[in-house]
Design a binder for this molecule. Structure first.
Ligand code: NI
Ligand code: MN
Length: 227
């Protein structure tokens, strides 16, 4: 499995039989190394919540690539309202399901999920994270979230790679993300949701130095790791 960082909270997860995106914020993402039309053959798109920096280019990429979108129930209906032909798998917090690529669990996130539409915010359900198990590897993308004691439950999942926000202001900062790593006990951690905007400035090397119980991989924009 290969994980490529597109800046902010956007990733490509590629296996032998799938090529998934998580939170594909491409247009408007100052650090994204690719254009939205460069993203081809996308089989699945995971969306953690309705904010523009996560929903991103989901609708247009899903339309063009015929991708399956995995998101919460309310956001799924919003996306359907924009294009009925998009294939959507809706879930809700705490739910686990088997799908073609493996097992997916929707986890809790402490955040908002409104969708900005026609000049106002409409309900986008609850924000979430995802635990995805595919091809013998388990990854956890936290979405946008504050630190929660419930993250301790994820230690039972034996996560291989956790993507955690560290930028503060809207999510955990470095101090809280270090605690999250202690709770989750993943093998590898990738910091995300930092330095896209001034208000979420953070030094990922400081995070790397403070984490003592996992291998922190600070990815360049467009950088990747292979598992
Ligand atoms: Ni958000
Ligand atoms: Mn965000």
């Amino acid at each position: 499995m290969k994980i490529t960082y597109l800046g902010h909270s956007a990733f490509i997860i590629e296996g032998n039989n799938f090529k998934a995106l998580i939170d594909p914020f491409v247009s408007g993402n100052p650090n994204c190394p690719v254009q939205k039309d460069d993203l081809t053959d996308i089989t699945h798109i995971f969306v953690t919540h309705g904010h523009g920096d996560h929903l991103g280019n989901t609708i247009e990429i899903a339309k063009r690539c015929n991708s399956k979108v995995i998101c919460n129930f309310e956001l799924g209906h919003y996306i359907s309202s924009q294009d009925q032909n998009i294939s959507i798998h809706t879930m809700h917090i705490g739910g686990r399901t088997k799908m073609d690529i493996g097992t997916v669990k929707m986890t809790q996130a402490l955040h908002g999920s409104g969708v900005f539409h026609n000049g106002m915010y409409i309900c986008g359900g609850n924000p979430c994270g995802f635990v995805v198990e595919a091809e013998g590897k388990k990854i956890y993308h936290a979405g946008d979230t504050g630190l929660t004691i419930d993250m301790k439950l994820l230690s039972d999942e034996e996560i291989d790679v956790a993507m955690l926000p560290i930028g503060g202001n809207f999510t955990m900062d470095i101090y809280d993300a270090v605690k999250a790593v202690e709770f989750i006990q993943p093998k590898i951690v990738i910091p995300m949701h930092y330095n896209t905007f001034n208000v979420i400035s953070a030094n990922p090397q400081e995070f790397r130095e403070k984490v003592t119980n996992a291998d922190v991989k600070v990815l360049e924009y467009g950088g990747c790791i292979e598992l």
